[in-house]
Design a protein around this ligand. Structure first.
Ligand SMILES: [Mn+2]
Length: 244
């Protein structure tokens, strides 16, 4: 008989639907470090045991600009990255990449990281089937799938090297002053359009829009940067809580 190896373990976990546990925390759109320090405070509280959770869901755009295969960009968020790496040894963390933070599988090897292509992911919440994703799947992005491939390519990396600091400095400056908190007046319609892609799900949990709204089976998670709120599973239900 063959001894099970790491690959088998991965396969098993891919097939087995993840169960969202009571007390699980959902953090979305912190846009760290440009839009407040709540994310760092939250991680710290988890580290010292002031907040206890069995499971942490990072729903994308946690960092305002972060991607793998680039040391310079990681230097801006070094403390948060190393604390997250540390926490990932102690608790179960699921990271859904967003449009601001991607190519992170190597940065966070002890988390389950879902690329945009892999999302949405179906999980169980009690007897409900929940579809989870960052939330920009049915919108036109700037093609970061291709970007991700480019970043992994040694040839492109070498060509970009002399310019990368300038590019990143420019983007960081632009993002840090960007207005990211807006109430979307027609959000009901948008939610309807998104829901039409999920005939099969009982619940759709997404970040990205920063709306902090529940519309039928659609949950637009609060943005930690905008509402200063996260979501928590309480009595099998997803509720929004203020961190202050
Ligand atoms: Mn987003």
């Amino acid at each position: 008989m063959r001894v099970p190896d790491c690959q088998d373990w991965l396969m098993f976990h891919k097939i087995d639907m993840v169960e969202i546990k009571e007390g699980a925390l959902f953090v979305a759109d912190a846009h760290y470090p440009h839009h407040g320090h709540e994310f760092m405070h939250l991680l710290h509280k988890i580290e010292i045991g002031e907040i206890i959770t069995p499971q942490l869901f990072l729903m994308g755009d946690i960092f305002d600009l972060l991607f793998g295969h680039n040391k310079y960009i990681q230097s801006f968020s070094y403390k948060a990255i190393s604390l997250l790496q540390k926490l990932s040894h102690k608790i179960e963390i699921h990271y859904f990449e967003g449009n601001h933070d991607f190519c992170l599988k190597n940065v966070f090897p002890d988390m389950t990281v879902y690329s945009r292509d892999e999302q949405p992911i179906t999980m169980k919440l009690g007897n409900k089937k929940a579809s989870l994703s960052h939330g920009d799947k049915y919108q036109t992005g700037f093609g970061y799938g291709a970007y991700c491939k480019l970043l992994r390519n040694k040839f492109t990396l070498n060509i970009l090297k002399p310019f990368q600091k300038n590019i990143i400095n420019y983007q960081t400056g632009r993002l840090s002053t960007k207005t990211i908190c807006r109430k979307m007046p027609d959000f009901g319609k948008k939610a309807e359009a998104i829901m039409s892609h999920y005939k099969d799900a009982d619940l759709i949990i997404e970040g990205h829009f920063h709306q902090a709204m529940k519309l039928g089976k659609y949950i637009s998670l609060p943005s930690l940067a905008c509402q200063k709120e996260i979501a928590i599973v309480k009595n099998g239900d997803i509720v929004f809580v203020n961190l202050h």
